[in-house]
Structures are given as structure tokens and as C-alpha cells.
Design a protein around this ligand. Sequence first.
Ligand SMILES: [Zn+2]
Ligand SMILES: [Zn+2]
Length: 367
Amino acid sequence: MADRTNLQSIILPSREQNPAKVPKTQRAAVASAHGNALEIRSSEPIPQPRANDVLVHIVRTGVCHTDLHALSGDWEVKSKMPLIAGHEGAGYVVAVGDGVEVLREGDRVGVKWLGDTCGACEYCLTGRETVCPNQKRTGFDVDGTFQEYAVVKAAHVVPIPEKVSYEQAASILCAGVTTYKGLKESEVKPGQWVIISGAGGGLGHLAVQYAKAMGMRVIGIDAAAKSDICHKLGCDAFFDFKDKNIVKSILETTSGGAHGALLAVATPEPYQQATSYLRPWGTLVTLGLPKRGSIIPADIFTVVMQRLTIRGSIVGTRTDAIEALDFAARGLVKVHLETKGLSEIKDVLKEMEEGKISGRIVLDTSK
Ligand SMILES: [Zn+2]
Ligand SMILES: [Zn+2]
């Protein structure tokens, strides 16, 4: 086992107090073809870590909309098949491959969408690994977290702080880091206004908490029924998306428009609306991943005259993930989630497809 006493400037994970013994076989949700239903298998072989890999016991895994796309194959880019999907894994290391120096058995770590990057391209070399063209995506290009034991690249797991539970960490590793990064990309400064569209939803409720913790003033937009929850989360103002005067109300509340807006929707109207309520020099950040061909409609004259920025944001780097988890460790961000068993995954995905899930779902892999 590697000696870690002389390591400097390395963020070491917290340690698991009750590590389980690795069994011979495991439970896993395996898809054999796109569009086919998953099969829950109870005696799948446990993969073995190769050089620079670690084997992580996935204690909890989140379920994300992206998993639906991976499994259905409705994006132009297709996942591998057969596939074990899932990319919001939280657990601990149970075995390390050759060449792994920093991690050891028992370390609490998170497994996220960005599973590997080349470290040598122009983007990796400039801290922009999220667009590395040679990246491997967890639960898409390589098997993911809908299993009890997953092999992942040691360099890409993120340490889970002691004060963050596996449940909380799982959702923060994707929904949390995605919204946190999106807020950074909005370039909204402390004291300035940001609009969070869908503020009461799975991504939105995290975005509101991060924005408040980052010192922003927040306007939530959602269905009228979400008003209470949005105020509880810390929104300074809330508007019903059906409100006909929404643009006028935002311009009044913000004395001239919001400095930034975070949108994760696939319909065109909210984007059109956003260019009307942004302040000159404002930034619109989109986190949505709809089907190919969905476009952002924007009035070019307005975009030019108001010097607006329209920007995409995709997950986050390892540093973003470490920072996002740190907000949770300090009690500033809490995921609203429901825990179910891995054996219930088919029902969860069906409900997600039908739009019946509002918060985040986390699966206990032991059930
Ligand atoms: Zn996700
Ligand atoms: Zn790269």
C-alpha cells in the first residue's frame, strides 16, 4: 500500500469505517441493445481493475435524464452496447490497479460522467477537460454505476468529504456540479441577479442553493405550485412561468434586467423570453441536452445591440466537482432526493420518461 505521508497539495478522501468484503458476483442493471428494457442480473461478474484503475464499491447511484438518452439511443451519438448505464456513483475503493499511488482501499470517492480524458489535447492542457475530444463518458462509453462494483480511472474519481453522505454525494456529482458550473459560466457576480428557470426541479433546486451560497440574488421561475419551495430554497423573488407580465416584472425587480440566466429546458419559448429579460451584457447559460435539431431561438438584433452572450455548459471538471461537494460539506447545499433500490430501476426510468419525477432519485445498490 502506498505511503501517503509525503504527498503534498493532494486532496485526500475521507475513509469508510465499515468496508464490506468484496463478493464473487454482484447485482447489475444491464442493457443489451438501445431501446430494450434493462435486465437486472444478480450474479454478474465483478470487473477487475487494470493499471491506473480502481475498483469502487458503488454504495449509492443517482439516476439522471442522460441515462434515459444513453439507454434509448435517441441522441445522434450512441452509447456502447451492451451497457451498464449510470454516472452518479458514490462509494469507496475496494481494490487498486498497478500504478495507483494516491488512492487506497477504503477511500470514499465519487464516480461522475467524465470518466477519463487524454490529458494531452489543447483542452486538457488548458483546464477545459469537459470538451476533451478523447474523453470516455461513464455509463456511456464505458460501463457505469448501475452495478455494485465499477472499475473507474483512478485519476478521475473525486474525493467525498467526510460530512457528505453517499446519497448526497451521488446527486451532487452530476446535477450539483452541472448547475454549479453553469452558474460560474454565467459570470454573475455576488450581489447581481440570476434567473433560474425550473427553480423547483431536480437541477433547479440545486442551482438556487448554489447561487445563494455564491452571493447571487435569485429569481426563480417555475409552475405556480413550486412557489413555496422556491422561497424556502432562498429565491429572492419567484414568478409563475405562465405569468403574462413576467418580462416586465423581472425588469422591475432587477431594475433593468438580470445579469445572467440558467436554462435547462428543451422548448424554444423560455430562450426567446430570456433575451428580453436579460440586462445588457447579460449571459444566458443553457444546460439542456435535448434531441439533435433543437435550436435556441434568439433575436439577433437584440443579442447584438444588448451585447448578450448565449453559452452552453457541460458538466464540470474535477476541480468543479471537488468545489461542488465542498459546498455540501459546509451545509450550504442539500439535495432533495428519494432513495429507492437498484432493483426498482426500471420503474424509476419509466417514471422519469413520463416526467413524473421532480427531485433527484438515488438508488441503494444493496436493494
Ligand atoms: Zn447526470
Ligand atoms: Zn484531452
